[in-house]
Design a protein. Structure first.
Length: 381
């Protein structure tokens, strides 16, 4: 159990993180990384700040373990989404506390987890407890947009000696064993401009997009459900076309957000798109279109029955609910297609992510510190 002084200290760390604006864009994660570095230096923890773009940086350090070999990666991200246009009841960068909750942008997703993981490591360091193997801590930049920090870590060969991964994304205290991947596709249909009063002289790209979407929504995923994640999904989230009310549009673009499951390939999505193109062409001889992948991140899943699950249950001291989630994390970039043991555990509620008046239960925050301390000190790859 944490002492009152330790709770206050952990909360002070969390307040430091909330008050540092790392809204992405632009991110500015370096500012927070430097503040955390100063705190960790006082705990005799040497950190590396890897600045890979202006004011964009990862924070990295290693705690040496009892044995050489593969290391445990403990990771979270430093950036947050914007507070949004809706007024907040509490200042999103103040960290107000009321009725057992702390409020702030990113407190659930995922500065609460970052603070809990860091404070757990500080406690282990103060107690002189050495983990079973090396523990690499990675706080990334840009998870909320393009996972640039995670990709940078991989490019710098940071994953070469990693044997298991703990991701601190919000899980509401549940044990997450898988998450979906993402394939963001941009489809563009083409036509020919003409005066709006003479549409017969043009080819309307918006009507062509209608042909495509009518055909595409008939397509089915040709894959069996994943035992944790279920079926993949797609959502048509943006359509843009036309330049003026009196001009026949010569292009129209739509964006489709696919959320994928293990075993699903890029080619499976392309098959759906091409089938829709073919049907649209049958109904519209002048149909012309192309597609581009704007983002392609794989889904990740913990190997079934891996011992990391038992260690997580032991660290919690109770049976944790096991489930998967539809969102993706840095694990997509860090783990990729590797079959590494992986768990996601965080004190924040995933339903609070990106919400106005984002909040975190103080009880969950303190409980997470103890979970991370127990897991990091006892887990053996």
């Amino acid at each position: 159990m944490l002492e009152k002084a330790e709770m206050d200290e952990a909360l002070a760390l969390l307040h430091t993180m909330i008050s540092c604006d790392t809204v992405n864009p632009p991110g500015n994660e370096k500012k927070l990384a430097l503040q955390l570095q100063d705190i960790l230096i006082n705990e005799n923890i040497d950190c590396q700040i890897d600045e890979f773009a202006t004011n964009r940086a990862n924070l990295i350090f290693t705690i040496k373990g009892q044995e050489k070999g593969k290391a445990l990666l403990v990771t979270g991200h430093l950036d947050t989404v914007p507070p949004g246009e809706m007024p907040w009841q509490y200042d999103p960068f103040l960290g107000a506390i009321e009725n057992g909750y702390v409020y702030g942008r990113g407190v659930s997703d995922m500065k609460g987890s970052d603070a809990a993981m860091l404070y757990a490591i500080v406690r282990l360091k103060r107690k002189g407890i050495v983990p079973k193997q090396d523990v690499v801590f990675l706080a990334t930049a840009d998870e909320e947009l393009s996972c640039l920090g995670a990709k940078r870590f991989v490019e710098q060969e940071g994953m070469v000696n990693i044997g298991a991964v703990l991701v601190g994304e919000p899980s509401d205290g549940d044990l997450l064993l898988a998450h979906k991947g993402a394939a963001w596709v941009e489809v563009t249909t083409y036509g020919q401009t003409a005066h709006g009063s003479m549409p017969n002289l043009g080819v309307n790209a918006i009507m062509a997009m209608n042909d495509f979407l009518s055909a595409f929504t008939k397509q089915k995923f040709n894959i069996e459900p994943h035992p944790v994640l279920g079926m993949p999904t797609y959502s048509i989230d943006k359509v843009k076309g036309g330049v003026a009310i009196n001009v026949v549009p010569d292009s129209c673009t739509c964006s489709i957000d696919f959320r994928t499951i293990p075993g699903q390939r890029k080619e499976d999505i392309e098959t759906m798109l091409k089938a829709a193109f073919a049907e649209a062409k049958m109904n519209n001889k002048k149909f012309s279109a192309e597609y581009k992948f704007r983002c392609l991140l794989p889904s990740v899943s913990c190997p079934a029955g891996d011992k990391i699950i038992d260690y997580a249950q032991q660290a919690a001291g109770k049976k944790l609910k096991q489930r998967g989630v539809n969102y993706f994390t840095d694990a997509s970039s860090l783990i990729g297609e590797k079959n590494l043991p992986m768990i996601i555990y965080g004190p924040g509620a995933d339903s609070q992510a990106h919400q106005p008046n984002e909040k975190l239960s103080l009880d969950n925050f303190f409980e997470a510190i103890e979970f991370y301390e127990n897991f990091i000190s006892n887990y053996k790859i």
